[in-house]
Design a binder for this molecule. Structure first.
Ligand code: AMP
Length: 395
């Protein structure tokens, strides 16, 4: 069983919380505070229960060295602004000074530790580093979903030192949607797949071939499948190493109830640029000097119809090069259909990474049942795999 932060007596306790403050930064300025805001419900819950809070996170990939540009100081400032209170900060997460600051905390106070990855011990999951981190708190809470698929000191090693350990509200919601809902989905169950790479989504495809009613395949990965079926794809993105895998997937889908749906039309251009001349082509008529960069208008309507009539939809991977204006329409149509599904009591779940970024770009994040905060972690969970950081909290 995994305990929620709500299940502990937090009064006068020091709560060590692993948060995900790995936010985009430019010139030491936080460019997007979504992850910081997302951590606030768990932090506030602990503080109002009479606890003090010690927060730890990584930022970027400093590879065991102190990299001043990857300091969490700007994150602490942002958090102080959002919480409207001062935050204590220690510039070495495992120094004696830092531990002493934690020991001296009063109920209602917050102590933020400097970037965990300034020490190699974090990603190496070192026992010594884990035991030093553990000293900060009396209860351990993991609310960092984005790193839960990696076994690091702050989310796995550290747990062995705590009898009282559990998850925060953010991880709770992720598990609720990505694990429990998938175990018992409202049918029909539809998976929408896109993006460039098939390899990272193989586990997901294999699981949903057995469980979904329909899989819609758009984005760049559609062309690898189409080529595997012998359909000419012009100059579109194809992962030639995955052709045999794509053929195997197509064969195994034939033996299941699942229906695989591919695009009928695509938006094409000679290059990925806003100014390139765009046109719409039938899927099997893409000229050799053109590439498919988004699903076409007919396909967008067809996908949207299937999504709106589903019970549960999981979406992972954009339908086109949504970052470049002109090639975002397919992803927008799919996002709007998911929003409509959610409004009509269906379940619309968006996997993390680029898909979450697309939904955010369309300002539709709040219209979904759930937008995952973790790319790799959500792929692992949806594929039916255990996350090491969550397994470490089982009792
Ligand atoms: P992935 O990490 O595999 O989900 O891939 C996401 C990336 O796929 C995004 O950056 C999109 O721009 C890109 N993408 C989506 N559709 C296409 C396409 N038709 N051709 C090339 N890249 C694409």
């Amino acid at each position: 069983m995994i305990r929620s932060v709500k299940s502990f007596d937090l009064k006068h306790k020091r709560i060590l919380i692993r948060v995900d403050f790995n936010v985009p930064m430019e010139n030491e300025i936080v460019m997007d505070d979504f992850r910081i805001r997302s951590a606030i419900p768990t932090i506030k819950f602990c503080l109002s229960a009479g606890a003090s809070v010690i927060l730890m996170s990584h930022l970027g990939r400093p590879k065991g060295k102190v990299v001043p540009e990857l300091s969490l100081i700007p994150v602490g400032e942002k958090l102080a602004e959002l919480m409207e209170m001062p935050i204590k900060f220690s510039d070495d997460c495992v120094s004696e000074d830092a531990t002493n600051v934690s020991f001296g905390l009063h109920p209602g106070e917050i102590h933020l530790l400097e970037n965990l990855r300034f020490h190699d011990g974090e990603t190496e999951n070192s026992i010594e580093f884990s035991s030093k981190l553990a000293k900060h708190g009396q209860i351990y809470i993991n609310d960092a979903f984005g790193t839960a698929h990696r076994a690091h000191a702050s989310n796995t090693g550290v747990t062995r030192y705590f009898t009282h350990k559990g998850i925060g509200f953010l991880v709770d919601k992720e598990l609720q949607y990505l694990e429990k809902v998938i175990q018992n989905p409202k049918s029909p169950l539809v998976l929408v797949l896109g993006g460039a790479k098939i390899a990272s989504k193989l586990g997901l495809i294999q699981k949903f071939i057995e469980e979904a009613d329909t899989i819609l395949i758009g984005g760049g990965m559609a062309f690898t499948f189409l080529k595997a079926r012998g359909v000419p794809v012009g100059g579109s993105l194809v992962d030639d190493k995955m052709i045999e895998t794509a053929k195997r997937i197509l064969r195994s889908a034939r033996n299941q109830k699942v229906e695989l749906v591919f695009p009928d039309d695509v938006t094409i251009a000679q290059e990925i640029s806003e100014s390139a001349l765009q046109s719409v082509s039938q899927i099997n008529k893409i000229p050799d000097d053109q590439m498919g960069l988004d699903i076409g208008p007919d396909t967008t309507l067809k996908f949207a119809e299937i999504i709106k009539n589903a019970g549960t939809v999981i979406w992972n991977g954009p339908m086109g090069v949504f970052e470049t204006p002109g090639y975002e329409k397919g992803s927008l149509g799919v996002a709007q259909a998911l929003a409509e599904l959610h409004e009509n009591e269906g379940i619309a779940v968006v996997g993390g990474g680029d898909t979450a970024a697309a939904v955010e770009q369309f300002d539709l994040s709040n219209e979904m049942s759930h937008v995952s905060t973790g790319g790799g972690a959500s792929l692992e969970l949806l594929s039916g795999n255990k996350l090491p950081a969550i397994a470490a909290l089982e009792s």
